[in-house]
Ligand binder design. Structure first.
Ligand SMILES: [Zn+2]
Length: 115
């Protein structure tokens, strides 16, 4: 190969694959530090902040569906079901099982306008 030798290419690839995971780990730490600063500014703990920011896990969604028997808890419909936060996330509600319920789209919209 002209220009670049095989050994040069191997060293290049090795360096790239060695440094990418280090860089990713560094980025994660940096993001976590940023979140921690944000939590300190707001005067809340990091743990209370993170569940609100993260999405509901698939495992938790399955738990909500089976607990509410795959039906809307208000009207009993089994169509267009959504997972609803009893206390909205904007009002400080988290992703705890107790704060989640199954609502059909219609009930969810009615609830949204009445809250
Ligand atoms: Zn409903």
């Amino acid at each position: 190969m002209p220009g670049i030798s095989l050994i040069g290419l191997v060293i290049l690839l090795f360096t790239v694959f060695l440094f990418i995971p280090i860089w990713i780990r560094f980025e994660k730490k940096r993001r976590r530090r940023k979140l921690k600063n944000y939590a300190e500014q707001k005067g809340v703990s990091l743990d209370s902040l993170e569940p609100n920011r993260s999405k509901i896990s698939h495992r938790k969604k399955r738990q909500v569906f089976s607990r509410d028997a795959h039906r809307c808890v208000r009207c009993g419909s089994d169509q267009h079901l959504t997972i609803d936060h009893k206390i909205p996330r904007s009002a400080g509600g988290g992703n705890e099982l107790e704060n989640l319920q199954l609502l059909c789209l219609i009930c969810n919209q009615q609830k949204g306008s009445s809250y």
